[in-house]
Design a protein around this ligand. Sequence first.
Ligand code: COA
Length: 154
Amino acid sequence: MTSVVDEYSVRPARPDDYEPIVAVVDEWWGRPMIRDLSRLFLDHFHTTSLVAATDELPLAGFLIGFPSPSDPETAYIHFVGVHPGMRRAGLARDLYERFFTTARFTGRTGVKAITSPDDTGSIAFHDALGFTVGDTVADYDGQGLDRVVLRRAL
Ligand SMILES: CC(C)(COP(=O)(O)OP(=O)(O)OC[C@H]1O[C@@H](n2cnc3c(N)ncnc32)[C@H](O)[C@@H]1OP(=O)(O)O)[C@@H](O)C(=O)NCCC(=O)NCCS
C-alpha cells in the first residue's frame, strides 16, 4: 500500500533550515519552544541533523541531533518534529533510525534525549522506540524546569 509518507525524501540539514524550523516549532509542539532551539544547533550540528520533505511540504519533519563532543559513547537528540499532517505514519521513527545508523558508524553505543515529564506524546513516542524513561529530575534545566532522561542502546 502506498501512503503519503512513502513519498518523502530525507537530507542532512543546512544552516538555512533554521528559519523554516523556528517558524513552525511553536505550532507543531502546541506551546512556546523557540527558546530551546537556538540557531547554534543548525549552524554547528546541521551535518548530523536531518530534514524530511515532500513535494508539497518542504519541511515535513526534522531531527536535530549530534554525537556528543564530550561523551564519546553517546549521541544526543535535541529535537524531533513532524508536520501535524504527517504524524503516526512512521516518519519520526525513520528519522531516528537514520540517526542511529550514523551514530553507530561514529562509534556511539547509546543515544540520549531529554523531555518534559508532562509531555506524554514525546514519552510515548520514545517508549515505542525502545528508550527507557528515567524518573523525573526536579529543576533539571533550572528552577521549575523538571525533565525526564530518555536512553536507548544502539
Ligand atoms: C512526537 C512526534 C515527533 C512523533 O512523530 P510521528 O512521525 O508521528 O511518529 P511515528 O509515526 O514515527 O511513531 C513511532 C512510534 O511512536 C508512537 N507514537 C508517536 N506519537 C505518539 C503519541 N503522540 N502518543 C503515543 N504514541 C505515539 C507511534 O504509535 C509509533 O509506535 P509503533 O511504531 O509501535 O506503532 C510528533 O508527534 C511531533 O512532532 N510532536 C510534536 C513535537 C514533539 O513532541 N517532539 C518530541 C519531543 S522533542
